[in-house]
Design a protein around this ligand. Structure first.
Ligand SMILES: NC(=O)c1ccc[n+]([C@@H]2O[C@H](COP(=O)([O-])OP(=O)(O)OC[C@H]3O[C@@H](n4cnc5c(N)ncnc54)[C@H](O)[C@@H]3O)[C@@H](O)[C@H]2O)c1
Length: 367
C-alpha cells in the first residue's frame, strides 16, 4: 500500500519531491505545508492536495500521514530542519529530511537520538550515490575488483570563475562556513559510502580575491584531507563557483585499490574501470578496461532514485541500521564537517570526528 506523505517546505526542492512522489507507486502525496501561504496554496493547487501553514496544523488535520518530508532550508540551508523534524518524530511519523540534516551538529545528534528512541525511520536526502555509476562502483568493490583500498580523490562543487561572481548572495550564504555546512554533506556522504567511516580530518579553507574584495565572509574553497578507518586516505576538494573544474566536471570521484581503480564522472554520467591485474604501461595514460556510459546527463535523476529507496526501505520495514542514507549517515557527514571547521580554526590540526551513536540498542553517546 502506498505510504501517505506530507511535505513541509514548498520551495524549489519541496516541489521537486512532490513531483517525485506523484510518479512513485509506493507513495501517495496527501498534504503540503509552508509558512508562506502563497507557496503552500500554489503547491496544493498543483498537486490537488490540501494546503497547511504549519506542521502542527497538518498533523492534527491529517493523522493518516505516515511520512513527513522536511524540505525547509534556513541559514546554511539547514537551520530550519530541526523544529519540523523533531515535531514530526514526536508525533510518531517517519521522516525524510533534506541535507544537510542540520547546520548545527548538536541538533543533528538530537534528531538521530529521538528517531532511535521512538523506533522511527529518519532518512536524509543524500542523493548523490543513488546512481547507476555508483551502483557499478559498489559492485566492483563487492566483487573484489578494487582490492585493498589505497586512496580516494573526490572533487565536487560548482563551476564558475571570477567573471561569474555575483556577490555574497542571500542571507543564508553570508557566514564563514555556509558552503561547508550546506554542501559538504554530499561529498562526505559519497566518501563514506565507498570508503567507510572517517577517523581523521585535516582542512584548509580559503576564498579567492574577488570574494575578499567584496567582504564575502564565506570560505568557498574547501580542501580536506582524511584518513579512513580502513587505513586508506582520501582527499576532498570542494569550491563554490570560484573556478572551472577540469577533467571529470563538477562531480568526479576516483577510488583506487591494489587490484583496480574506478572513476565516476559527473555523478550520473559515466564510470571508468582500470583492472590493475591486467598489465599496463606504467608511464602511459591507460585505456580503461570498462566504460559505463549511462546516457544520463540530468543530475535530477538522483531524486526519484533516492526517494524510491527510502519508500522501499520504509515499506519493507528494514531494520533501522539498514536504512539507506539514514539520519545517522547524515550525522556522520556533519561530524566530519565540524571536524573540518575545527581543523581549520586550529591551523590545520588533525581532528578526530566525534564518535557516532551505536548502531544497535544503546543509543547513548560516549562520554
Ligand atoms: N539533495 C539535493 O540535491 C539538494 C539540492 C538543493 C537543495 N537541497 C536542500 O533542499 C532544502 C530546500 O531548499 P530550497 O532551495 O527548496 O529552499 P527554499 O528556501 O526555497 O524553500 C524552503 C521553504 O520552506 C519553508 N519553511 C521554512 N520553515 C518552515 C516551517 N517550519 N514550516 C513550513 N514551511 C517552512 C519556507 O517558507 C520556504 O518556502 C535545503 O535544505 C537544501 O539544502 C538539496
Amino acid at each position: 500500500m502506498a505510504l501517505k506523505i506530507g511535505i513541509v517546505g514548498m520551495g524549489g526542492i519541496g516541489n521537486t519531491h512532490a513531483g517525485v512522489y506523484q510518479q512513485d507507486e509506493l507513495a501517495q502525496l496527501v498534504a503540503v505545508c509552508d509558512v508562506k501561504k502563497e507557496r503552500a496554496d500554489e503547491a496544493a493547487a498543483k498537486y490537488s492536495v490540501p494546503a497547511f501553514y504549519s506542521l502542527q496544523a497538518m498533523l492534527s488535520a491529517m493523522p493518516e500521514i505516515e511520512i513527513v518530508d522536511v524540505t525547509t532550508s534556513g541559514y546554511e540551508n539547514g537551520s530550519w530542519h530541526y523544529i519540523p523534524v523533531m515535531e514530526a518524530l514526536s508525533a510518531n511519523k517517519h521522516v525524510l529530511v533534506e541535507k544537510p540534516i542540520s547546520n548545527d551538529v548538536r541538533e543533528a545528534r538530537d534528531m538521530v537520538q529521538l528517531a532511535g528512541q521512538k523506533g522511527l525511520y529518519l532518512g536524509c536526502n543524500l542523493n548523490h550515490f543513488f546512481t547507476k555509476p555508483a551502483a557499478r562502483g559498489e559492485q566492483l568493490i563487492a566483487e573484489g575488483k578494487i582490492g585493498e583500498p589505497v586512496y580516494i580523490v573526490h572533487k565536487m562543487g560548482f563551476n564558475g570563475g571570477q567573471a561569474a561572481y555575483a556577490g555574497p548572495g542571500a542571507e543564508r550564504w553570508k557566514r564563514p562556513y555556509s558552503h561547508l555546512k550546506a554542501f559538504l554533506a554530499h561529498p562526505f556522504s559519497v566518501l563514506r559510502h565507498f570508503g567507510g567511516d572517517i577517523t581523521h580530518v585535516q582542512a584548509y579553507l580559503n576564498k579567492p580575491g574577488v570574494r575578499k574584495t567584496a567582504n564575502d565572509l564565506m570560505y568557498s574553497i574547501n580542501s580536506v584531507h582524511v584518513r579512513f578507518e580502513n587505513g586508506s586516505t582520501g582527499y576532498l576538494l570542494s569550491q563554490r563557483g570560484d573556478a572551472m573544474f577540469g577533467l571529470g566536471g563538477w562531480w568526479s570521484f576516483e577510488m583506487a585499490g591494489t587490484k583496480g581503480t574506478f572513476v565516476i564522472e559527473n555523478c550520473v554520467e559515466k564510470l571508468y574501470f582500470w583492472d590493475a591485474d591486467k598489465p599496463k604501461d606504467s608511464m602511459a595514460s591507460p585505456t580503461p578496461d570498462e566504460v559505463l556510459d549511462t546516457g544520463i546527463k540530468d543530475f535530477g535523476a538522483t531524486f526519484p532514485a533516492r526517494i524510491h529507496a527510502f519508500l522501499e526501505d520504509v515499506s519493507n520495514g528494514v531494520p533501522p541500521e539498514l536504512l539507506r542514507a539514514s539520519g545517522r549517515d547524515a550525522l556522520a557527514t556533519l561530524e566530519y564537517t565540524f571536524a573540518a571547521i575545527r581543523s581549520f580554526e586550529e591551523g590545520g590540526a588533525v581532528v578526530r570526528p566525534e564518535a557516532l551513536p551505536n548502531l544497535h540498542g544503546d543509543i547513548t553517546r560516549p562520554i
